[in-house]
Write a protein of this length. Structure first.
Length: 552
C-alpha cells in the first residue's frame, strides 16, 4: 500500500472492515519482524497488534523466518491480550517424506507445533510458502498433528508445481480443518489452488465445503477483469513448473524476484537466478526461506549474478565483497539463528572487519510516546517501513489522496479523449478528460491538454519512456586498488567528497536496486582523488565510482 499504491495501509484496512462487517479478516505477522525486515522491540509488536486488531484484523497468522518460536511469543501474547485469534505457523521447507532429509523432518515440525501450543496458539498452521508439501508428506504431517494436539490444523500452500490439489486432498483425508484456495481466475501457479476445484473435488463427500459452484462461477468475470489490470506484475510463469522442488523459491517471492531482475538488467537470465538461488541457499545453510530470510537468499543470488561472481569464490572469501545490507544483517544475527546453525566459516569471514553485533533496536522516548498516543499509526509506519513511508508521504503531498482514482487510470493513465469521474468525498465529484498530448520538447517534456470540470488545464509532464542518451562511463580497473567499482546494477549514492580522507573498510557510498541495498566501502586507506560519477547515477557492475590516492 505504501510503496506501490501511495496509500495509508491503516485507512485501507479500515475501509475493508467497514465493507466486510461480518467476515473474519486475517493477516500474516512475521513474529518480532511484524511486517518489516528486521526485529523490533516488544513495544512495537504489541502496538502493531493492538492497532491492527482495533482497525479490523480478527486472525493473526504468526510465523518466524527461522521457525524460532521464542521470537513468535511476543506476537502471540500480544494477540491473546488483544482478544484476537492466534494462528501459530510452522513454515515448511524440504521434503519430510524423503528418507535422506536430516534437518526438516516430521519430528522437527512436531517439536515446533508443541512449542506453539504451549505458547498459546488457538490454531496450528502449516505454512508452505513455495508449494513443497507433497501429498504423502501432507498426509503424514496433518495426521501426526491431529493425533498429538487438540487444535484445528490449517494448511496453506502455493500451486507452483501444479500438484497441490492432490496435496490438499491427502490433507483432507488426514483430517485437516482448513485450507486456502483462490478464485479460479486468480488461482494456480504461484497462487493457491482453485477454490472451485476444491469445492468440486469434495462435493458429495463427508468433507464437502458447503460452497456453491454456481455462485463461485458467477464471481469469475469480476476476478478475470481484475487480473487483466494487474497482469504486468505477475511472476512471468505461464504454466506450472517442477523446478520449484529444486530452487524452492516461495510463490510470493517469484514475482518480486523477477521484477528485481528486470530492474537490474537480468530479466533474460532468470533461469540463472533460479539456479543461483538454490546454490545460495546451500551456501547459507538451507534456510526456511520465508520473508525476510527468503529475501536474503534472493538478494545474494541477484548480487552474485549481477557482479558476475562465482558462488564458490564468494563462499571461499565473502569478506572481499561489498555485500547487500540484508546479507550482512542476517549474518550478524538480526533475523535470529537459522535452524541448521550458522554457515561457518563463511559467517566469520564475511563479518571480519565489520561491526558483528546486531542493532539493539531500542526505542527513543519520542517513539515510545508516539506509540502510546494518537499518532500511533504514523509511528508504526515510520518504524517498520521508513523508506516506503517517506515515499507515500511525498506522493500524498504532491498528488493528494490517490485512493479515489480507479485502478486502470492509476496504473495506466488516460487514453486521449477518455473522461474520468473521481469522487473526492460524498457530494464532490471531479470530471477529467484528456484532450490531447503534444510532441516532446528538447527536454523530453510533453504538455497534456486536460479539461477539469469543463475548464482547460494544461499540464507539463516528463516523458520517461523516451530513451535518453546514456553517456559511456569509465570502467574500473579490477587490478587497481585505488579504483572503487560499482558492485552491481543500481542507483548509487556517494557519501564522500574529493579530498576527503578515508580508511580501508570505511563506507563511502551505497547502491540500491528494488529493495536491495549494499554498502560501498573503501578498499584501501587514502584520499578521495576524484568522484567519477555524481550521486543519483544509475550504474552497472564494474563502472568506476571513485578514484583514491595515497596520502603521501
Amino acid at each position: 500500500a505504501l510503496r506501490f499504491l501511495h496509500e495509508d495501509p491503516w485507512e485501507r484496512l479500515a475501509r475493508l472492515r467497514e465493507t466486510l462487517p461480518n467476515v473474519c479478516l486475517q493477516m500474516l505477522l512475521r513474529g518480532q519482524n511484524t511486517v518489516g525486515y528486521t526485529r523490533y522491540p516488544p513495544d512495537v509488536v504489541r502496538s502493531f497488534v493492538d492497532e491492527a486488531r482495533e482497525t479490523g484484523i480478527d486472525i493473526f497468522r504468526i510465523f518466524d523466518a527461522n521457525n524460532d518460536v521464542d521470537q513468535m511469543r511476543p506476537a502471540i501474547e500480544a494477540t491473546l491480550e488483544a482478544g484476537a485469534v492466534a494462528e501459530g505457523a510452522v513454515c515448511y521447507t524440504g521434503d519430510l517424506s524423503d528418507p535422506n532429509e536430516k534437518l526438516y523432518t516430521l519430528d522437527y515440525y512436531l517439536r515446533l507445533a508443541e512449542e506453539l501450543v504451549e505458547a498459546g496458539s488457538h490454531v496450528l498452521c502449516i505454512k508452505d510458502m513455495a508449494g513443497l508439501v507433497r501429498a504423502p508428506a501432507a498426509r503424514a504431517l496433518v495426521d501426526a498433528l491431529k493425533r498429538a494436539f487438540d487444535l484445528p490444523v490449517h494448511l496453506h500452500t502455493h500451486d507452483t508445481s501444479g500438484g497441490q490439489l492432490a496435496t490438499y486432498l491427502a490433507a483432507i483425508e488426514a483430517g485437516v480443518d482448513a485450507i486456502d484456495g483462490a478464485a479460479a481466475p486468480l488461482s494456480g501457479m504461484t497462487s493457491q489452488p482453485s477454490l472451485a476445484a476444491i469445492v468440486a473435488a469434495t462435493d458429495r463427500t463427508d468433507r464437502a465445503t458447503g460452497l456453491s459452484l454456481d455462485v463461485l462461477g458467477d464471481l469469475e468475470p469480476y476476478w478475470e477483469a481484475v487480473r487483466t489490470l494487474y497482469a504486468p506484475f505477475e511472476s512471468g510463469l505461464r504454466s506450472p513448473t517442477g523446478t520449484v522442488y529444486r530452487h524452492e523459491i516461495p510463490g510470493g517471492q517469484l514475482s518480486n524476484l523477477r521484477q528485481q531482475a528486470l530492474s537490474m538488467g537480468l530479466a533474460e537470465r532468470f533461469e540463472e537466478v533460479e539456479h543461483l538461488y538454490a546454490r545460495c541457499d546451500k551456501i547459507l545453510g538451507r534456510l526456511v526461506k520465508v520473508t525476510p530470510t527468503s529475501k536474503v537468499v534472493g538478494d545474494l543470488a541477484l548480487y552474485l549474478l549481477s557482479a558476475e561472481i562465482d558462488p564458490d569464490e564468494f563462499a571461499e572469501d565473502p569478506g572481499h565483497y561489498d555485500l547487500p545490507d540484508s546479507i550482512i544483517g542476517f549474518l550478524r544475527g538480526e533475523l535470529g539463528e537459522p535452524p541448521g546453525g550458522w554457515p561457518e566459516p563463511l559467517r566469520s569471514r564475511a563479518l571480519e572487519g565489520r561491526d558483528g553485533s546486531p542493532d539493539d533496536g531500542r526505542l527513543s522516548e519520542g517513539d515510545r510516546s508516539m506509540l502510546a498516543g494518537k499518532d500511533r499509526r504514523t509511528a508504526l509506519n515510520r518504524l517498520l517501513l521508513p523508506g516506503p513511508t517517506e515515499e507515500q508521504r511525498a506522493a500524498e503531498e504532491r498528488y493528494g489522496d490517490v485512493s479515489v482514482v480507479p485502478t486502470r487510470a492509476f496504473l495506466y493513465g488516460l487514453e486521449t479523449g477518455e473522461e474520468l469521474a473521481v469522487d473526492l468525498e460524498p457530494g464532490i465529484r471531479l470530471y477529467m478528460q484528456l484532450e490531447a498530448i503534444t510532441e516532446p520538447d528538447e527536454r523530453g517534456i510533453r504538455t497534456l491538454q486536460v479539461t477539469l470540470n469543463g475548464q482547460p488545464r494544461p499540464i507539463d509532464a516528463q516523458d520517461h519512456s523516451l530513451e535518453p542518451e546514456v553517456p559511456v562511463r569509465e570502467r574500473a580497473d579490477p587490478g587497481n586498488d585505488a579504483h572503487v567499482a560499482a558492485p552491481m546494477t543500481g542507483l548509487v549514492t556517494l557519501t564522500v567528497e574529493e579530498g576527503e580522507k578515508v580508511g580501508a573498510g570505511q563506507q563511502i557510498g551505497a547502491i540500491e536496486a528494488m529493495k536491495m541495498e549494499s554498502a560501498i566501502r573503501a578498499p584501501v586507506d587514502g584520499l578521495v582523488y576524484r568522484l567519477a560519477v555524481p550521486s543519483g547515477t544509475n550504474v552497472d557492475p564494474g563502472d568506476l565510482l571513485i578514484v583514491l590516492m595515497s596520502e603521501s
